[in-house]
Design a protein. Sequence first.
Length: 333
Amino acid sequence: MMRKTLIATAMFSLFASTAQAAGPETAQPATDTNSTANAPVAKGHFWSREVHEAFKIQRELEKGASGSSNNSTASPLRAARSPNMTFHGGRIMPTAVTMNIFWGSSWATYAGDKMTGLDAWYQGYSNSNYSGTVTEYTGSNGAIGRSTTHLGHLVDTSVASGGGNTSAILSEVCKVISNNPDSSGNGYYAVYTDLKRGSAGYCAWHASGTCPGNATRLQFAFFWNLDGDAGCDPADTSGLHSQGLAALANVTGHELSEARTDPSTSTATGSPGWYDSSGSENGDKCAWTWGAPLLTFTNGTQWKVQGEWSNAAYTAGTGYANSSGQKGCLGGL
Ligand SMILES: [Zn+2]
């Protein structure tokens, strides 16, 4: 669910210890709210975004787990500002060439619905009304379109590890794709692991990087195994999917939408895209709120997927309310 930033300090050292082109990725590490030992020294918006998101996600998790929250982050100062996102000069993902990577030894004998279900999710996402929630945003390289391409999935049954570590997940992606991401620069690799979340304060995250010997930037995302994980459960009661698949589907929409509007680049390779004054991206701003019980994708599959923030809808007053009561969320146009 988050894009950023645990611990820029730790990530710098991790990247420095690998052969990968360091630097760029360090601006976009994953978030980990319980990593206080890795106190950041990074300055600028990346860290401030992270702090905000960490609090927010923690609050969401508390809500999910207990049904109530005693950790209000509402700020009188923020109330006077427009909640809309602003553009920060960088690239967006005009399209996405997606691939799923199922990583972990348990996938070797897996017989459930996640592999076929998540492939169907990405296939049906292309040209869906839900994908239309991001098309109002433009970047230095054009506008976001509805059409995407799904390449299917690969399975790596080696033991998964490194959930909070962007360099570990990037290394996994590069290994599986033989250091050869989609040449368009719109490659998006979703790593679905069999690791349980434990005490980590996030359900998923997105980041970017490059593989050894290949300058083409790729986007990637990480997902825990959310089976039975109340803190990351959208409570899809449709009966169409297993609980674990439904939970992944919900955060899959969050991460992909954020990657498309604010692809993790870095100050070294380019400016960021769209996020608000608190550092929240479009997925964050509508996290754990839904505009409809189910969205129907273009292949007929149906999913309970959170809405995404629309500046246009907020301005026009046509969105549904997020968890702060701001009516800028869209579940599908
Ligand atoms: Zn997020």
